[in-house]
Design a protein around this ligand. Structure first.
Ligand SMILES: Cc1ncc(C[n+]2csc(CCOP(=O)(O)OP(=O)(O)O)c2C)c(N)n1
Length: 376
């Protein structure tokens, strides 16, 4: 079904505010929203995380009496559990909101390991939370959708949150906005330069999305094994805390966190904890492409986010920036003489190789190899 049908039905029902975190299964909806409203206007805001998005929806309802639409990948449900149980629930403030959830890892549909568990529990999680739901499939007709939508609207009228669970390929758009920026360095080139600049005893914790896939493929390309890299395939936003945990427990080993701007923003408080703990052996690299590139390229909440100023204010010892291969190479090589925590922001283009593969090892194999490297 076209996302425009969903948005038109929303308009008729008085749902006039949209927020969330992008997802590849919801790319049609994201493209449609971006094209109609941009991302920073009064009608549409790309949020830093899904719990925050639900808070925004609650505020909108309090101010207008109109329910809002909150979109997310099902992995984001975890970030919403607290506001769903202690803010919007009928037993508390009874604030209606329409969730639109991309169903990664649907049982019977092949998907990546980080989606399997969340995919299996998505419907029962919603049931447990008492959230009425309907499922949108690729073969759902516009008329059938309107019936489902009517049922969800009835729940909203009772002060409930209701959810539209979207299967792969069920929501499409004929709008294809051109996301991007003026940067020239690609994320993969940046990752390559950083991996080359590190010393053989260093380890890496990389973030959710294509960056970890690129790290995996770069090791293959250079004929290296994968034991130095922990690829955080799920748990978006938590790579820097994983890296801090490693750095605290292994003070003699240099730890690099390879992060994304969307991921940093999702759990920004991590910067404060890293600044406070001040690990000398931690280098936090933030690949800033201004976008959620992995899931379609929709801009991160604020393209103008001043990561350098945030890191300085949080207490990082050194804050550096690179925006070309030459400056990155120079900067990355100079890091060996610096005491951490260091934050290196790398301004990158928005895009990836079309033939980018995925890790061929399992997460448990990754864990075991990484642990034996750390403890060798
Ligand atoms: C909690 C959660 N919400 C949403 C997603 C879907 N998701 C996977 S990667 C990604 C974008 C990450 O953006 P960024 O960190 O800037 O990295 P980029 O893809 O731009 O390299 C999103 C939103 C997720 N995996 N987990």
């Amino acid at each position: 079904m076209f996302a425009s049908v969903l948005l038109d039905e929303c308009r008729k029902a008085g749902i006039d505010f949209f927020t969330g975190v992008p997802d590849s299964f919801l790319k049609g909806l994201c493209d449609e929203l971006y094209d109609r409203f941009g991302t920073d206007g009064p009608s549409h805001i790309v949020a830093h995380n899904e719990g925050g998005a639900l808070g925004l929806c609650a505020g909108h309802y309090l101010a207008t009496g109109h329910p809002a639409l909150c979109y997310m990948q099902n992995s984001g449900l975890g970030n919403t559990v607290n506001p769903l149980t202690s803010l919007t629930d009928p037993a508390v403030y009874a604030i209606p909101c329409l969730l639109v959830i991309g169903w990664r890892g649907e049982p019977g549909v092949k998907d990546e390991p980080q989606h399997v568990k969340q995919g299996a529990v998505t419907l029962s999680q919603l049931d447990l939370l008492g959230i009425p739901r309907a499922t949108l499939s690729p073969d759902t007709s516009d008329d059938d959708f309107r019936v489902l939508f009517g049922v969800l609207l009835a729940a909203l009228c009772e002060g409930k949150v209701a959810a539209l669970v979207v299967r792969k390929g069920a929501l499409v758009s004929d709008r294809h906005p051109a996301y991007g920026n003026n940067a020239v360095l690609t994320r993969e080139e940046a990752a390559d330069l950083i991996l080359r600049a590190a010393s053989p005893s260093d380890c890496f914790v990389s973030t959710t999305g294509k960056l970890s896939r690129e790290v995996f493929e770069l090791r293959e390309k250079h004929g290296e094994d994968h034991r130095r890299d922990f690829l955080t395939v799920g748990s978006m936003g938590h790579a820097s805390m994983i890296a801090l945990g490693v750095a605290e427990a292994k003070p003699d080993r240099r730890v690099w966190c390879l992060d994304g701007d969307g991921a940093v923003l999702m759990h920004l408080g991590s910067l404060a904890v890293i600044g406070r703990r001040s690990p000398k052996n931690l280098i936090h690299v933030v690949i800033n492409n201004g976008a959620h590139e992995t899931v379609g390229g929709m801009p991160v909440c604020s393209g103008a986010l001043n990561i350098e100023a945030l890191a300085k204010a949080a207490g990082y010892r050194h804050v550096l920036r690179a925006d070309s291969a030459a400056t990155l190479q120079q900067t990355a090589e100079s890091l060996a003489s610096l005491q951490g925590p260091v934050l290196l922001e790398v301004r990158c283009a928005c895009g990836a190789r079309k033939d980018l593969g995925r890790p061929t090892t399992t997460p448990v194999q990754n864990r075991d190899a990484f642990m034996s490297f750390l403890n060798a």
